[in-house]
Design a protein around this ligand. Sequence first.
Ligand code: IPM
Ligand code: MG
Length: 359
Amino acid sequence: MAHYRVTLLPGDGIGPEIMAVAVDVLKRVGQQLEIQFEFHEALMGGASIDATGNPLPAETLETCRDSDAVLLAAIGGTKWDSLPNDQRPERGLLGLRAGLGLFANLRPAQILPQLVDASTLKREVVEGVDIMVVRELTGGIYFGQPRGIFATETGEKRGVNTMVYSESEIDRIGRVAFETARKRSKRLCSVDKSNVLEVSQLWRDRITQLSQEYPDVELSHLYVDNAAMQLLRYPKQFDTIVTGNLFGDILSDAAAMLTGSIGMLPSASLGASGPGVFEPVHGSAPDIAGQDKANPIAQVLSAAMMLRYGLNEPEAANRIEQAVLKVLDQGDRTGDIMSAGMNLLGCRAMGEAIVKALD
Ligand code: IPM
Ligand code: MG
């Protein structure tokens, strides 16, 4: 019997509710396929600030390092928004990414036929969209030095962040992207701002250089402003997109929204070795927390991504994904993806429906 240690980081807001659903789903699929999960829950984010004063206690990072994979829900909330930057829940997330060396973030945005009408864009624009954003996650302006708010000679304050990428950082994310594109439809679009930024010029040069090793993958380049426009204008032109940390943050939200609800989309963050972190693209939605209204599907699909990319259990991943499609086919919907004639379910009931669909 396969046995995995999985660290659970439920975090804040709707996090605990959607995590409970994902755990039920994992347990059920585990029973079916003889996979045993040993779950360890740990503190992170705002909940952790309240309990320990630290958004990512050393103990949590240790627990994560000792596991085969980490399943994260969501962190943050208005309650902690007024804290100084270095004490906010988000710092915990950045610390986790850095601490586990998770430089590659895979964010798929796929339009399910059942939900085409949930998109704010026209059916003919979004139908059939299937994009994978490969975002660099431990470099760029999120981590570059110097950073801070400094006083100038006149006493005026000046905020500073630095966008940096070294060749090796570009190459390793580039390789993940080319390999990912290879398993998909073999088209890779690299997004940068090389008409203005030197860091992007280097990015474009390295990605172009790397493409010689992947002659079967068709490489294109776009400036980030144009990429944002093209995502709305004609998203079907994209298959795999590779970009840096900040541009990837922005474009992955835009790509996610093509699908109608960010509540549907999972992500995987992977390093060169060690456990990956699997989490929904959406945030902690404090406005609906504790009301049994959240859509748990992104969390459930994150568990499926964990099985596929983190634990190498593709059969279990497939089963979960099929179960999600089945409940959508049945017409089950949470509020965020509700449309006329469908059955409106709460978070828990949606979870029960998915567990049932597994059988
Ligand atoms: C994301 C989030 C994070 C990011 C925040 C919460 C720090 O927006 O995962 O996309 O900017 O990376
Ligand atoms: Mg983001």
